[in-house]
Write a protein that binds this ligand. Structure first.
Ligand SMILES: *Cc1c(COP(=O)(O)O)cnc(C)c1O
Length: 292
């Protein structure tokens, strides 16, 4: 499958120049790193003649929408176990439109995904287990390809992280090519030091990894007025949308590291736009009113 993910040079509102790898343009629904992560998972499912994808996520999960859309495109059916009480929102609407069956499960049941799968689909030979967020060795292999597509050297490569699977893929290919690029990872969860171990479980050599633990803005999906105003300024100045949960925290980190002198004007900086823009749809109130 051809992938459309150009590299675009942009000038930040602070006058710093960076490059952006536009994985958000790959597909509006199978977006960004979720497309990368699903690529080999889907290939395996299809190869092994599975016709039903079973996966897991929260009610605002980009992964659920991506899996729902991917299933529909490949004439597969899909079920998602959704964490927590039954709700309706923009993301789940898209899942339903793509034909995904949604089963809401309480947090206790949700924790043991493998047993949920075997209980409900264990004797369906056609069902294929996909972990939350697509986290898997195959996802790591898919994310490596972001690095193989780069046309030039970058001193610093940035990505946002939830599980760290995407970061592990980037790091694996940086190591395989013996690149001198530093991989800067911005976890969007609070207290995410654990992510170093998660990454190392996929890719032992973490010499090129730089973790930034202080750009979570209070935790997963948390924002503050400064981040919201940064998003407005960034988008107005570049024409590129970023989302409050992941990519905005990464872009803010880049801006902050330039301002602190930890990134230098003459260094080449690449931000990986991992997509996730549909999440903006549920956030009208956050952006209402105020000045840019
Ligand atoms: C899911 C997601 C991430 C996190 O990816 P991990 O591989 O879990 O670290 C980053 N950015 C966006 C936009 C996402 O949707």
């Amino acid at each position: 499958m051809e992938v459309f993910s150009p590299i675009q040079q942009v000038t930040l509102p602070t006058q710093h120049q960076i490059w952006v790898k536009r994985d958000d343009l790959i597909d509006p629904y199978i977006s960004g790193n979720k497309w990368r992560k699903l690529k080999y998972i889907l290939a395996t499912a299809i190869q092994t003649k599975r016709t039903h994808l079973v996966t897991f996520g929260g009610a605002y999960s980009n992964h659920l929408v991506a899996t729902a859309a991917a299933a529909a495109r490949h004439h597969l059916t899909a079920t998602a176990f959704v964490r927590g009480e039954e709700v309706e929102n923009e993301m789940l609407l898209l899942c339903r439109l793509f034909g995904m069956e949604l089963r809401f499960v309480d947090r206790d049941c949700y924790r043991d995904k493998r047993s949920l799968f075997s209980k409900h689909f264990g004797d369906h030979g056609s069902a294929y287990f996909i972990d939350e967020g697509g986290a898997s060795e195959q996802a790591v292999e898919g994310c490596r390809e972001i690095i193989t597509e780069l046309p030039m050297h970058f001193d610093h490569i940035f990505c946002a992280a939830g599980t760290g699977t995407t970061a592990a893929g980037l790091l694996r290919e940086i190591n395989a090519q013996k690149l001198q690029s530093k991989l800067h990872v911005i976890p969007v969860l609070k207290g995410a030091a654990f992510i170093e171990k998660e990454i190392a479980a996929y890719e032992k050599n973490i010499d090129q990894l730089v973790l930034h633990l202080d750009y979570h803005f209070g935790g997963y999906a948390k924002t503050n007025p400064e981040l919201i105003s940064y998003i407005k300024g960034f988008t107005a100045a570049t024409g590129i949308l970023i989302d409050p949960v992941y990519t905005a925290k990464m872009c803010y980190a880049i801006k902050d590291l330039f301002e602190k002198g930890l990134l230098k004007k003459e260094e080449k900086v690449l931000a990986i736009h991992t997509g996730g823009l549909l999440g903006l749809l549920g956030m009208r109130e956050k952006f209402a009113g105020g000045k840019a």
